[in-house]
Design a protein around this ligand. Sequence first.
Ligand code: FAD
Length: 532
Amino acid sequence: MNPWVRATLQDLSGSAVDLLVIGGGITGAGIAREAALAGLAVALVDARDFGAGTSSRSSRLIHGGLRYLEHGHLRLVFEAVRERAILLRLAPHLVRPLPFVLPAYKGDRVPRWKIAAGLTLYDLLAAGGNVPRHRTLGKRALLQREPLLRERGLTGGAMYWDAQCDDARLVLATVRAAAERGTLAANYMQVTGLVNSGGRVTGARLRDTLTGDEGEIRAQVVVNAAGPWADGVRRLEDTFAAPILRLTRGTHVLVPRQRVGNQHAVLFTSPVDGRVMFILPWTEAWTYIGTTDTDDVSGPDDLEPRESDLVYLLRSANALFPAARLEPDDIISRWAGLRPLLAEDPGTPASSVSREHRILRGDAGLITIAGGKLTTYRRMAAQVLKWVFESLGRTGDGPGSASEREPLPGGGASVIESFRAPGEELGLPLATVEHLLRTYGTEAPAIYALCRERRELMAPLHSEHSAIAAEVVQAARREFAVTVDDVLLRRTHLAQETRDGGGAARARVAELLAREQAAARLPANQPSGDRD
Ligand code: FAD
């Protein structure tokens, strides 16, 4: 059985696993991987596509969280910078070092000396990590690096390093790593109820949201990693469970990089309201601006960015880069995610609520993990696994260091460079090869192999994007893609990175997917054409 194709309801219903994980965002994927590495029989289900929740709607940073230093969360920052170093090693194609410029202006809430002290502390906490140390810069040196920044009031600033990731593909890589280790992984598989026997949760009721079919899976332990939906899942165990989450919306907009003119990532305080924001380069062509942090959320499905959020982001960026003059029509795409923050202190302003997570066990044994961030998902998973082992009554083993050592699929830094030449020899343009290396790392040869078998798969899917047809085949065969949106939004990002939302690629993607799905339905003894 191909581990990278969605497990069916039949696969799951017939199974009795040690651990069922509800939610295939980064948190659930990380737990499944950690548990599978520890030798448990695991199932991982998501009601939508893997990563379709918050985990593909982030600021895409793997970062220590410089601003948490201001709130004294030293331990959180220390853990995060350590995880940053680990992820840069495990998945160098998806997690890449990113230089930041931090401009300082007259009258800023945080004075320059405090920024310098904070960055020194940041470096110290990250000692031995794999990004360069910060440098403080005078006004002229700063403007040399970021010539289009507003000059008025600028006093200098600093450069420091963090990391940027492809959040959706980091989730996928983590799910695939878990599946490689035997995890039954199914997207579009919703948990509609929990099975309870003798006062304990012993499984879950499942609904295949593609077919409407229903079934049940048995599991010794069930973990709720449903992010913003976690309170809803907790109510499947206890109808009266009090909410533990407070949801805030974070919106981003993608705009042409040339319009902004930023050379680096920029961390700044919005001249509109003094909140910390980012302007982040994504590709040569695009830059994104984020984020808002607003409380006007009606529930976990309320993901539509508000018009006022878009205006706020553009105004803030225009104030920092006056030549940009960004207008709503310049927005290529937008995305909003809900932060599953802990509701411990409802009086705290949204942006100063700690992103720390919390693990709790319900009366019938359901383990819930709430809060956290992308950056620390591996660490969170290891902690949850300890709880799982406790529930299983196992002692002596538990999470090992394998998740810290084993590269994610496509990881393995040293060999990535050697995959450039074979791509070019095949006749792919350099830009396409670069895109494939960034997306697939050491798995790029799998795409080349598809291109060799069927030359038409070398064709771009869209005139404004480097993605090629072979990637749809890869997505269907090895990346759990089921729908056209899975491919456009989370496997290739065509939906976000083209002016028509990937519209021009839709028909071709649908055709390629349908062909793969038809071939997969063939009985095993029938020839399957050119499938591998
Ligand atoms: P999700 O990704 O939301 O996953 C939960 C999953 O559970 C969903 O896919 C959902 O479909 C599924 N689910 C729900 N109910 C059910 C059910 N009944 N049955 C089956 N499945 C179900 N962190 C960083 O480290 N760096 C950043 O730059 C960063 N930026 C952020 C920016 C924004 C705007 C936001 C909102 C968050 C940001 N974060 C960042 C935090 C980080 O993105 C989140 O903490 C993380 O993605 C949460 O992942 P999760 O798996 O817990 O939740």
